[in-house]
Design a protein around this ligand. Structure first.
Ligand code: G6P
Length: 608
């Protein structure tokens, strides 16, 4: 979380570039934002409003400079107040921005206070700024290196100092950071997208790297013990797209991304000609031959994609599958099995807990790793032996939508691949599944056409404070994802249950005031689900049911039914989740919430 941009140029005022970068990085956090430049002294503008307001402030204050750093914040240490907003200064000498958490900041803070430093914020970042100043003896790079030798935690940082104001020092440990190589100017950012249009030449720094940027040159050093040794890193040509950040005819990114799903799924499938291990990487055939179970690790929406696919792996491919929340797995004592395929799922590929869990699995001797990810250049992809890149395109809305359905598409392809290897997929079945998969984009479009009916329901949700979601079997994780979407953006407390579990507790909550959203595909559990719905009805609960058209369910006094265009068999979760995304989106709209930037959340969670 938090987004950082830095630039040093000999030929132009870089403030507009920094502001533009911040706008594109707002998805990483939006509690506050700020820009600092060198303009015959350290100058800065900071705001707890959005970047658009900061831009106005900058115009008023005439902030200009050929070198500067900028930050958009997701608060960890200290409330979202201007005094806690980055950039932080150490006196009038050092300016610093930071994405991450310095774990031992309290002890360093106390030490610096004893030396007379008076802090003006509650942040760990200001402590780091003063630590750099404390280590400074004429060479900024050396000062940053010495300071980093003292800290524990995660960081992506950019620093400059008054003694040498065209030089920016950046460093990375656990938080993403790229260098952009320009002509007569150098940049750094948390994400290439921030620099789209400025350069296509990027260097992905690795953990432990420190770099010094001057307008015409850069140097990179890697951390070895307590030393920093010069290192070469590949300059890659990456066309970062900023048009992904344009809203087009949509009101919100989330709405745009929901409606992009047919395209995103089609693009994800486009590269797949046939079911073969090769779609997951060169070593896939060899690795898949050596596994007899799967361990899936993820967070948030990606975790629900993992949960959904467990049903496919076990039912279709016949492979035992465990699903773990990354932040739990990484810290618990588990029993490793080297014949496990470790699958990490992540939209961003940078989520700190998932990345750490992947490394943890490897340390336990499980090196057969595969990442399903939407960002080809991400840390998780680089850390895994195999990968599948979903082609959802940049996802900006904090509440994940198209990333989820493309992850499911990828995981279904993995299911078919493993089923084929295990001799559990006939040629005929393979052809049938592939035809079905290729038809999914069209089927999703038909589900999107249900939007007016869903809008019709949302006025009944908007004044509620609680909602229950029910599903069974493979649609239970879909109910979980629906509840997550609703709580994330509408702030309605929503819980999902496997419908059979209702009678063991949550039924006590049911009365006429609580909407019960039910995912009702026409599968082998439908009759059981109907009984669960009767239990709700008998308690005067209000049911909102998304039912497959062939279930024969229709609306009555306390049951509201929207019929899905078609029953989609094994791939049904991909269709059903779309209705729940729309339900959450329109409910949040009525409640007047900032759909794309729900309070307290961020898109990319690079702290644990
Ligand atoms: C955050 C986002 C969620 C996302 C989760 C995991 O919480 O708001 O939308 O599902 O992180 O992110 P990842 O990038 O690993 O899928």
């Amino acid at each position: 979380m938090c987004g950082i941009v830095a630039a040093t140029s000999r030929k132009r005022d870089i403030v507009p570039l920094l502001v533009q970068g911040l706008k594109r990085l707002e998805y990483r956090g939006y509690d506050s934002c700020g820009v600092a430049v060198w303009d015959n002294g350290l100058k800065r503008a900071r705001s707890v409003a959005r970047v658009a307001e900061l831009e106005e402030q900058i115009k008023h204050e005439h902030l200009h400079g050929e070198m500067g750093i900028a930050h958009t914040r997701w608060a960890t240490h200290g409330e979202p107040l201007v005094c806690n907003a980055h950039p932080h200064f150490a006196g009038d000498e050092i300016a610093l921005i930071h994405n991450g958490i310095i774990e031992n900041y309290e002890e360093i803070r106390a030490e610096l206070q004893a030396k007379g430093v008076v802090f003006s914020s509650q942040t760990d970042t200001e402590v780091l700024a003063y630590l750099v100043r404390d280590c400074f003896h004429g060479d900024l790079l050396k000062a940053v290196e010495d300071a980093l030798n003292r800290v524990r935690g995660a960081y992506g940082i950019a620093v400059f100092c008054k003694q040498d104001p065209s030089r920016v020092v950046v460093a990375r440990q656990g938080s993403p950071l790229v260098i952009g190589v320009g002509e007569g100017e150098m940049f750094a950012a948390s994400d290439t997208m921030a620099l789209a249009g400025e350069t296509d030449n990027f260097i992905y720094l690795e953990d432990g790297d420190v770099a010094e940027l001057l307008p015409e040159s850069y140097k990179i050093f890697k951390h070895v013990g307590t030393e920093f040794e010069p290192v070469e890193r590949e300059v890659r040509q990456v066309q970062a797209f900023s048009n992904a950040v344009e809203l087009g005819p949509y009101r919100h990114y989330m709405q745009k991304e929901i409606f992009e799903q047919p395209r995103a799924i089609a693009d994800t499938l486009e590269a797949v000609r046939e079911i073969t291990p090769a779609i997951f990487g060169d070593q896939a055939a060899e690795i898949f031959a050596e596994i007899d179970r799967i361990l899936m690790i993820a967070c948030g929406t990606s975790y629900y994609a993992a949960m959904t696919s467990k049903y496919w792996f076990e039912a279709i491919a016949g492979i035992p599958c465990d699903v773990e929340i990354a932040s739990e797995y990484r810290y618990r004592k588990s029993v490793p099995n080297p014949r496990t395929l470790v699958v990490t799922i992540s939209q961003s590929g940078e989520t700190a807990d998932t990345l750490a869990a992947l490394k943890h699995a490897r340390e336990l001797g499980m090196d057969k790793t595969l990442t399903v990810c939407n960002v080809a250049t991400s840390a998780m992809v680089r850390e895994s032996r195999l990968h599948f890149i979903t082609r959802a395109g940049v996802e900006i809305g904090v509440a994940s939508t198209k990333a989820f359905t493309t992850q499911l598409t990828a995981l279904f392809l993995l299911t078919l691949t493993l089923a084929k290897i295990n001799g559990r997929l006939t040629e005929e079945e393979e052809a049938q599944y592939m035809t079905q998969l290729r038809h999914v984009p069209k089927a999703v479009s038909s589900v999107l056409a249900l939007e007016p009916l869903i809008i019709g329901w949302t006025s009944r949700f908007a004044d509620k404070e609680h909602a229950l979601f029910l599903g069974r079997g493979i649609h239970y994780p879909i109910a979980l994802e629906g509840a997550l979407k609703l709580k994330e953006i509408s702030y309605i407390h929503a819980e999902a249950y496997p419908a059979g579990e209702l009678k063991h507790g949550p039924l006590a909550l049911v009365d006429e005031s609580i909407p019960v959203v039910t995912v009702a595909p026409n599968d082998q559990l439908f009759e059981k689900l109907k009984s669960n719905m009767k239990e709700v009805e008998a308690r005067r609960g209000e049911l909102y049911v998304f039912a497959d058209s062939d279930t024969g369910l229709s609306s009555s006094e306390h049951i509201h039914v929207i019929r899905m265009p078609e029953n989609y068999g094994a791939l049904s979760p991909i269709l059903h989740v779309v209705t729940l995304q729309l339900l959450a989106y329109h409910t949040a709209l009525i409640r007047g919430n900032d759909v794309d930037k729900p309070r307290n959340l961020a898109k990319s969670v690079t702290v644990e």
